[in-house]
Design a protein around this ligand. Sequence first.
Ligand code: FAD
Length: 475
Amino acid sequence: MSLEKIVIIGSGPAGTRAAETLLRQGCRNITGISEAPASGGQIYRRQPAGFGRQADEVYGSEAEKATALHRSFDALAGSIDYRPNALVWNIFDRKVFTNGPKGVDEIPFDRLVLTTGAMDRILPIPGWTLPGVFTLGGAQIALKHQACAIGRQVVFAGAGPLLYLVAWQYMKAGAHVVAVLDTSAFANKIAASLKLLALPRLMFRGLKFRRDLKAKGVALHEGVRLARVEGTQSVTAISFEKGGKKQWLACDAVGLGFGLNPEMQLAELAGARTRFDRTFRQWVLAHDGEGRVAEGVYVAGDGHAIGGADVAELTGERAAWAVLADLGLPVSAERQSVIRRALKRQAIFREGIEQSFPLPAEWLADTPDETILCRCENVTFGEVRAAITELEPNDVNRLKAFARPGMGRCQGRVCGHVLAELLAAETGRPLEEVGRLRGQAPVKPLHYKAAAGKAEGAVQVQQWLEQADKVLEDG
Ligand SMILES: Cc1cc2nc3c(=O)[nH]c(=O)nc-3n(C[C@H](O)[C@H](O)[C@H](O)COP(=O)(O)OP(=O)(O)OC[C@H]3O[C@@H](n4cnc5c(N)ncnc54)[C@H](O)[C@@H]3O)c2cc1C
């Protein structure tokens, strides 16, 4: 048994399996924190209280896995200190800083397991900030969580497995899906098919989505180049090019997405290093192969590298075994080797997915100057290009300081990778050389008064703001 204080951030598939394994193997001082109101994470997000849809209506073919995960988490009740609705906004001095229903709190830890999941990856196109444009994940949350569709005539556009999945889920729920506009050509999927066959069930599930969508009359266009979301007040159409021919589809909502980006900011604050992964064309967390990223800090799930829900469960358990080994508690070498083997297959499949749906980053070089790049701070491509030409920033963090993209509410979660792609394209340098936006506290917005006295810098910010209030009051 161990009484060392273990904090787990996140209660999705990775966090749930980590907590379950640690508890089962004798850890008795576990705190689980999640900003969500309930466990389940993104994929197995639970319905709000009062919604009574059956699991297969909400999770489709994944209903059994979702129910099993929920059951596992519910069985932990009373044995771990679970704090839902609590945002972790900083990690500092071996303490986790939260803002939850009872205000701010500092939770010291001996070991920290980070399972913070992922966020949609967006490539801006003209019109992407119009009301009626949602990320694919956002469109799915509306359906899964609230049983709402994002529009009456919906087009799903972009790349990645979520594109077909969400379109299929909308169609199944009775929404009118006008079309799927896939920026990747069919030939890419054929070329990747041997890798995708590493997990035949998942590959055939993807093929079934396509077949069902076609059978219901949903237009599937592959190898398209998205031109613009049309409309002035809200979405009225989407235009694109396919085989050199310009096309146009009327719709009132667009679900847009190009895969996912790991949520790594908290891990960086906890001392983790990142590395550039060429296959994924993105930064991921560098770990020792078992999830260790720094002294007493462990990572798992989509928050360390995008892998999907099954990988999240496996790596959540893997991180727990690493914690147990470091605590000197017994570990199951057999179980660890099963996990390693399963992850190898998953990694091959994942490569197949990346090959099937490459990010069309080359578009960014031609994105019109007036297109918004950072919607929080309202910074356009033209303004960023001007900063690159005039001020010659050598990395993406300097560019942020010069032109303000990434300084708003989302802290660069949406635009950070676009900024890096644009800087690389405009200067002809490899993407990994221009760097990535550093994770900084607070990682998500919180009221400055909530933070007062709880973290370095917060008191100073409060003093500045109080002075500003006084100046305004004094006229
Ligand atoms: C919007 C969206 C929809 C998706 N839908 C699907 C799908 O339908 N099918 C599929 O196969 N995959 C889907 N994915 C991918 C899928 O989410 C993952 O593969 C899987 O859920 C990863 O599990 P995880 O435990 O790593 O992270 P998640 O399930 O994302 O869980 C992350 C956890 O961390 C918590 N968290 C994050 N940041 C903080 C913070 N600062 N403070 C406190 N808590 C925090 C969250 O509340 C959550 O509990 C989706 C991804 C996204 C982003």
